[in-house]
Design a protein around this ligand. Structure first.
Ligand SMILES: [Fe+2]
Ligand SMILES: [Fe+2]
Length: 297
């Protein structure tokens, strides 16, 4: 199968603006729709869908909701399958929250992984992280409970403490019940200085779910990979610089890798061609190195 994937420096540019260079990675000027990346104010039909998704997310993602979801999905009793089977399954999913991407997910997975591989050829764990980081989006499918888009995709943010202003469409959070709960609406809320992000409840979605799947199935990927998987949608952290008062030493180390990864996750979403069958054997070897043959989901 040949598919259309992201533009990096070796592809033909399709956006209207010329891309700029950012280290070894050529940053394209436009997303698949010809708009700037992560422009949540552009007046398009796509933006209306994105804004509505965040409105629902910001009302419904509460501390109690996330606790319940982690307990339910932490059982991992939905499906048994391999990582590659999940990559193929994800082709059935379209992410409404993403203003930049309007293509099957496997294309985004391979774009991200291949772009990283080109610039970091020796860090095979980071290539595999690129391939699997969005697999949690299977939560949208009926066999995984068919969760609504607002409970699967979109930027994530902490619950149990005050909402930071760097959260996308922050003003909508005024309607979140936790916002008027004195236990949850102060700077530290239920947490303490340097408590570590692993102890912080973060809005439920594909990030946290895939983190649980990888961890509980005893992946041998390094801690930086798990951190990337768990927090790649946590833009207030890796883009906004917020919530650093909750981080510990390990978080600060891992954040460096997340910032590298995030560049590839975002900017690999425009079009050039990749041959899935050609790259598949390489990724199968990585899956074998870091995961059991079948995983519980
Ligand atoms: Fe994602
Ligand atoms: Fe992604």
């Amino acid at each position: 199968m040949t598919i259309l994937v992201a533009q990096t420096e070796h592809g033909a540019e399709v956006g209207k603006k010329k891309g700029s260079s950012n280290g070894g990675f050529a940053v394209p000027g436009n997303n698949a729709f010809g708009n700037s990346f992560r422009d949540y104010n552009a007046e398009t039909e796509r933006q209306k869908i994105v804004t509505e998704l965040y409105r629902q997310s910001h009302i419904n993602q509460t501390y109690d909701f996330v606790k319940k979801m982690r307990e339910e999905y932490g059982k991992l009793n939905k499906v048994e399958m391999s990582i590659w089977e999940c990559c193929e399954l994800l082709n059935e999913v379209v992410d409404d929250s993403d203003p930049d991407l309007d293509e099957p997910q496997i294309e985004h997975l391979l774009q991200t992984a291949e772009a990283i591989r080109k610039d970091y050829p020796n860090d095979d764990w980071l290539h595999l992280t690129g391939l699997i980081h969005d697999l949690g989006k299977v939560l949208l499918l009926p066999s995984f409970g068919g969760l609504p888009q607002w409970a699967v995709v979109g930027d994530t943010f902490p619950l149990g403490c005050a909402f930071d202003e760097s959260i996308v469409l922050h003003e909508q959070l005024k309607e979140n019940p936790d916002n008027s709960n004195p236990a949850y609406n102060t700077k530290y809320g239920v947490y303490s200085e340097g408590c570590g992000l692993e102890n912080v409840v973060t809005s439920w979605g594909h990030d946290d779910y895939m983190y649980l799947v990888a961890k509980e199935n005893k992946t041998t990927l390094p801690s930086a990979a798990l951190f990337i998987i768990r927090y790649h949608s946590f833009y207030p952290l890796h883009r906004g610089g917020a919530y650093t008062h909750l981080m510990n030493k390990e978080d600060r180390e891992n954040l460096k890798w997340l910032k590298i990864f995030s560049k590839y996750d975002l900017y690999s979403k425009s079009k050039f061609r990749i041959d899935v069958e050609k790259v598949k054997p390489y990724y199968m070897s990585l899956i074998k190195k870091y995961f059991p043959a079948k995983l519980k989901w």
